[in-house]
Ligand binder design. Structure first.
Ligand code: ATP
Ligand code: MG
Length: 383
């Protein structure tokens, strides 16, 4: 009998011709999540089995696996021979010590001498007579013992199944470039796209020396947190200091944020093309701040041709915060920090700026020169 972790995947992504492709991506992603832990990974029909790990690392391994998109459920259990005596030994280990329970059996091997119902009855009966503190409840049991008879003369036995991360394996949904600030929203936006299978790299803008070194460290910490879900990520960091100075010097003060955001989008698109990303991702949510009105979004969107994905567009702040807490980014996101958007902030930012006015003001700047210069400041960090 061997202790194992049983990973079941969402059946949905297995429909169609791409099955092999999805399964291989999922396999690679599980391997990456388990890097540093002794283990073996196998892929029998319909599930993935992690074995040969250190007993004391079980919890840590489960935590790492819960971040792998594509997993439907995860369960710690046992792999045994399909002999009733062996199944019973494993069932004893995964069953609760007292309370109500039921046995659920599934037969992959249709030649097995007992039917699913007979297996459940046999193992359930043995558990009952071995432990007087157990009673059977087939409708709302406190504990379910799952027995899975496989084709190769083996069986998998497990108790409680934990919820997996759901979604699709990262790497099967293209590649996006996330505009990562130090706030709450953008890490959540990246997490949501990774859940749909998208590989996510990150881009951060700073205005050193107006923003400090800690702000950059904080963004690196956020990229690291995100990287556990995105199967690693590359963070590019670009200085927009000279752009902000030029806008401050030459343009209408109420357009500072509007113009800066147009520069951010332009730089992001150029960077995306360099790294082979097919879209931009932002943490914008409609109406959250002055620059996130539909007019504000239109004005930044107008300078790029790549699609801009905004997974949070219809979310309230508290919904975003819930997700931030769940993904483990919240504590880092709320650390005090100065974003480049808050440098040279006007008293009254334009809420619904006219595109003609924006374009007129922008003519006062060497847009191409400033973009190229900013890109030349790119630093890259890998997580
Ligand atoms: P967040 O919580 O993600 O910082 P926010 O509510 O502060 O968002 P804004 O500051 O208007 O909103 O930013 C909107 C989006 O623009 C962010 O979600 C992010 O995608 C991008 N963004 C803003 N500032 C930066 C920055 N310094 N570097 C990279 N992207 C940024
Ligand atoms: Mg912000």
């Amino acid at each position: 009998m061997q202790k194992v972790i049983i990973i079941r995947y969402s059946e949905l992504f297995l429909k169609g011709k791409n099955k092999g492709y999805f399964e291989r991506a999922f396999f690679t992603n599980i391997e990456r999540a388990l890097k540093g832990y002794a283990h073996t990974l196998r892929r029998p029909v319909g599930r993935y089995i992690v074995a040969d790990f250190k007993e004391e690392e079980t919890e840590k391994i489960m935590r790492a696996l819960k971040k792998v998109f594509g997993a439907h459920t995860l369960a710690v259990g046992y792999e045994t021979s399909s002999k009733a005596d062996d199944i019973f030994e494993a069932a004893k280990r995964v069953c609760a010590a007292s309370g109500t329970f039921k046995v659920e059996a599934h037969r992959g091997d249709k030649k097995y001498p007992l039917t699913s119902i007979e297996i459940a009855r046999e193992i359930g009966g043995r558990l009952l007579s071995a432990n007087p503190d157990l009673t059977v409840d087939v409708h709302t049991p406190e504990c379910v013992v799952r027995v899975d008879i496989r084709e190769n003369g083996e069986a998998l036995v497990c108790g409680e199944e934990a919820e997996g991360a759901g979604g699709m394996p990262v790497g099967t949904g293209g590649k996006g470039l996330l505009l990562l600030s130090g706030g709450i929203d953008s890490p959540v936006a990246g997490h949501m796209m990774a859940k749909r299978g998208m590989k996510v790299d990150c881009l951060h803008f700073h205005s050193y020396p107006y923003t400090n070194e800690q702000a950059k460290e904080k963004v690196k910490d956020l990229a690291k947190i995100l990287s556990a879900y995105t199967q690693g990520t590359k963070l590019s960091v670009v200085s927009v200091t000279h752009i902000q100075e030029a806008i401050h010097e030459k343009c209408a003060p109420e357009l500072m944020i509007t113009l800066l955001r147009r520069f951010m989008y332009r730089i992001a698109e150029r960077r995306a093309k360099t790294i082979g990303a097919q879209c931009l991702i932002t943490g914008e949510s409609l109406g959250q701040v002055a620059s996130q009105t539909i007019e504000g979004i239109t004005s930044s969107n107008a300078v790029v041709t790549l699609p801009v994905l905004r997974p949070l567009i219809g979310f309230d702040k508290n919904e975003i915060i819930d997700r931030s807490v769940k993904m483990g980014a919240y504590e880092t996101s709320i650390l005090p920090f100065e974003d480049c958007c808050t440098v040279f902030l006007p008293d009254f930012p334009a809420i619904r700026p006219k595109l003609s006015f924006i374009e007129e003001e922008e003519k006062k700047l060497d847009v191409e020169g400033l973009v190229t210069e900013a890109l030349s400041s790119t630093e890259i960090f890998s997580f």
